[in-house]
Design a protein around this ligand. Structure first.
Ligand SMILES: Nc1ncnc2c1ncn2[C@@H]1O[C@H](COP(=O)(O)OP(=O)(O)OP(=O)(O)O)[C@@H](O)[C@H]1O
Ligand SMILES: [Mg+2]
Length: 512
């Protein structure tokens, strides 16, 4: 057999006017982990969706295990041993993990489903690759990391030996990412061939055998991991160096703009997830919240933005008590919010880029006094936003549902930051965006701060928290376990506090 299990040559794919892939090349060896990298919108997801048969190619050839594929569909791809784990999971929340895994492929005993056999088969994979999953839990009750393991088991149950993972670590905590990497290495040892898409170059350097680069729908070459570096990869991806070091200026912090006083907040599953937390953010400063995902940061942000009720305590924004007020009311009091989930909360996916950019502004002061933005005004504004924030494609009449992941995020950031509110709550603002866009978004937050906004930053990336924040607050299990200036912070002292920390008791009590 051919050296390659997959060969894609001279691939072209257009969506209407948009040339998603202009000349795509990709090949995959048996038993390797091959990373695919490139800027937002470079065509990575499209290339892999073509391999998985989700759209037909316009031009080119796809060969799988030596067989030229005349036509492809997900069904044919699965029959040829190809599996894909999408960034947006496709699990049914109300079913159990086991039911999800066998959905559509149920082993039968007579007319009924043979759950015993299914369970045995699944358990075999769980043991073989050391993937912890709880088969009888409902999907709605498991973590993102576990849901991802379920998706991987699903592909294995359907016989996949070629597995595509589209930005699998974007939604994981660093701890969960570590576990995923162990599983990927186990799969590789067993002779599976893996495609790994990521914007995180340190991960790419760790996990890959080879790395292919795409730029604007084109193929920019393939390198062996041992012969490249993050700097080299960045240059191949975007043609220049990127500087993530923020030139911080912490001289102008002014009035307190957000004040949180002894708040208690429930989560979906438990009462008092946040247990007596007090903090404040001043004008002209960035306060970073560091913590392992799931320790209350989402609940805190939802309470501030009016999406979750507070049990007790007070939240003061701009001198106004906004505790348990509606999201709209809180926005009007001076809040902008980059939500952690751009798909469900950040954007209306059926509306155009322009409509999304303009939507929240229409009920704002300058526009409610009968001075609705004119047609030309909206166009000029959208054009400006698309340029400033490097949103691609630049046609702002396109629906946001057709945007690549990172470009959708840029639309949300553009809209929220440009409102110039007093407080900007930014949750995972650079999740899923490429390194050039990370630079842009970080500089944007720093600029908002210099112009006097208070910024509350929640990020799973410690490096981001440290480089962007002026002050850092560490939380663990719904309490503050420490606070320090960013200049004193490093991954070690923050990591310790994130685990509960040595002085957890002391500061935790103080917060109550
Ligand atoms: N279904 C679609 N309809 C219209 N345009 C699309 C569609 N899917 C992708 N595109 C466009 O094709 C281009 C490539 O998108 P793709 O999703 O492949 O990028 P990507 O490299 O995966 O980016 P990201 O890192 O942001 O996920 C983008 O300009 C995108 O807007
Ligand atoms: Mg993508």
């Amino acid at each position: 057999m051919n050296e390659y299990v997959v060969e894609m040559k001279g691939i072209v794919k257009n969506f209407g006017q948009v040339q998603a892939v202009k000349h795509g090349e990709f090949n995959l060896r048996k038993g390797e982990i091959h990373s695919l990298i490139g800027e937002n919108g470079a065509g990575k997801s499209t290339m892999m969706k073509l391999l998985y048969g989700m759209y037909p190619i316009d031009e080119g050839e796809i060969t799988v295990k030596g067989e030229a594929m005349k036509t492809l569909s997900p069904k044919i791809a699965i029959e040829h041993g190809i599996g894909m784990v999408h960034q947006e999971f496709m699990l049914v929340n109300e079913l159990t993990v086991l039911e999800n895994i066998i959905l559509g492929f149920e082993p039968k005993k007579g007319l009924t489903i043979d759950f015993d056999k299914a369970r045995k088969d699944v358990e075999q994979y769980i043991n073989q690759y050391n993937m912890e999953v709880q088969l009888d839990k409902k999907v709605s009750q498991i973590s993102v990391g576990e849901a991802q393991r379920v998706e991987i088991i699903k592909t294995l149950m359907r016989g996949a030996d070629i597995i595509i993972l589209d930005e699998p670590t974007a939604v994981l905590t660093p701890q969960e990412a570590r576990r995923l990497f162990e599983i990927l290495n186990n799969l590789k040892q067993d002779g599976k061939s893996l495609v790994f898409i990521s914007h995180k170059l340190n991960e790419v350097m760790e996990i890959s055998d080879r790395i292919s680069v795409m730029r604007q729908g084109g193929y920019m070459g393939t390198v062996n991991k041992d012969e490249t570096s993050p700097l080299d990869l960045t240059k191949r991806m975007i043609g220049r160096e990127v500087f993530l070091n923020i030139d911080k200026d912490y001289s102008k912090a002014g009035e307190t703009i957000l004040k949180i006083e002894d708040v208690w907040i429930p989560s979906q599953k438990e009462t008092s997830k946040i247990r007596g937390m007090s903090l404040h953010v001043r004008e002209g400063e960035i306060v970073g919240i560091a913590g392992i995902d799931g320790n209350g940061q989402s609940e805190l942000v939802e309470a501030i933005t009016g999406l979750r009720r507070v049990e007790k305590g007070r939240i003061i924004l701009n001198g106004e008590d906004i505790t348990n007020k509606s999201p709209r009311r809180i926005r009007n009091s001076g809040l902008a919010h980059i939500p952690e989930d751009r798909n469900t909360r950040g954007l209306n996916r059926s509306m155009s880029i322009e409509e999304n950019l303009v939507a929240v502004r229409l009920d704002e002061a300058p526009f409610t006094k009968g001075i609705l933005l004119s047609r030309e005004g909206q166009d000029a504004y959208s054009k400006d936003m698309v340029e400033q924030f490097d949103i691609r494609p630049t046609d702002y009449h396109l629906p946001t549902s057709s945007l690549s992941g990172g470009n959708a995020q840029k639309v949300v950031v553009a809209r929220e930051v440009s409102m110039k509110k007093k407080l900007l709550v930014a949750s995972q603002p650079t999740r899923g965006v490429d390194i050039g866009a990370i630079e842009l978004i970080r500089n944007t937050l720093e600029k908002a701060k210099k112009e006097g906004a208070g910024v509350l930053l929640v990020s799973a990336e410690l490096e981001e928290i440290i480089s962007l924040s002026d002050r850092i607050i560490v939380i663990h299990e719904g309490r503050i376990t420490g606070e320090m200036m960013a200049s004193e912070a490093n991954e070690n002292n923050l990591g310790l506090l994130m685990m509960g920390g040595s002085d957890a008791g002391k500061d935790g009590e103080k917060a109550v």
